[in-house]
Design a protein around this ligand. Structure first.
Ligand SMILES: Cc1cc2nc3c(=O)[nH]c(=O)nc-3n(C[C@H](O)[C@H](O)[C@H](O)COP(=O)(O)O)c2cc1C
Length: 198
């Protein structure tokens, strides 16, 4: 059920979906599409796992391989994050500014708290997108199908990056036979929000 036609409640609803998306792997908001534009102006989109949404500081956190093409496309640039929650019939279009952090706290803490299995993908020998001579996970043969030890995972740390999105606007769209609703919230107007045509 959607919130009442009251902008502060709609903003609360949008953030509650994001916060839940960061915490609950069963939420459809856990795997939004993150969109970027490369230096030639070409658009790119990919699914990423939303690791954490912090309402208090207005940020979303994702993890990625520091060698992946998206890092250069995103760092310091405008970004759109798109999620659709089918059960709630809500589309969220989040605009923001991206920042990629690879060193220091809190990146070290996040790395150390990740499971060894989660950290294993950062052992991949080549950057994501590198052509391969045949089908392969990209992982070294010695770690295929195994959990690395804390010692074995050490070199993978250099490939780990965190992506932080500072949210600048939230476009909330609810579809319903009884009447669609759409509201746009912007940091620039103090998140007061405004109704817009769906
Ligand atoms: C369900 C799902 C979750 C994914 N989560 C991530 C993620 O958290 N981080 C990431 O870098 N790529 C993730 N990917 C892979 C990306 O969609 C993408 O294929 C890859 O990162 C290469 O993107 P790029 O070439 O735009 O850098 C995920 C893919 C799927 C299908």
């Amino acid at each position: 059920m959607r919130p009442a036609d009251h902008l502060p409640d709609i903003l609360d609803h949008a953030w509650s979906l994001l916060v839940r998306g960061g915490a609950d792997r069963k939420s459809p908001v856990h795997t939004p599409v993150v969109c970027s534009v490369d230096n030639e102006g070409l658009p790119h989109a990919r699914v990423m796992v939303l690791r954490k949404a912090h309402r208090a500081d207005g940020t979303l956190r994702f993890h990625t391989d520091a060698r992946s093409p998206k890092v250069a496309q995103l760092d310091g640039r405008a970004v759109v994050v798109l999620a659709y929650h089918a059960a709630e019939q809500v589309q969220l279009r989040i605009s923001g500014t991206a920042r990629v952090l690879t060193e220091g706290e809190p990146v070290d803490g996040i790395w150390n708290q990740s499971t060894l299995f989660a950290r294993r993908c950062y052992l991949a020998e080549n950057a994501p997108g590198t052509p391969l001579p045949g089908p392969s996970s990209g992982l070294p043969a010695w770690i295929e199908g195994q959990q690395p030890t804390a010692e074995q995972i050490g070199p993978a740390r250099a490939n780990f990056a965190t992506l932080w999105i500072s949210v600048t606007s939230i476009d909330w769209l609810h579809l319903a036979n009884s009447g669609h609703r759409r509201a746009l919230f912007r940091a620039g107007d103090g998140w007061a929000g405004a109704w817009v045509a769906p």
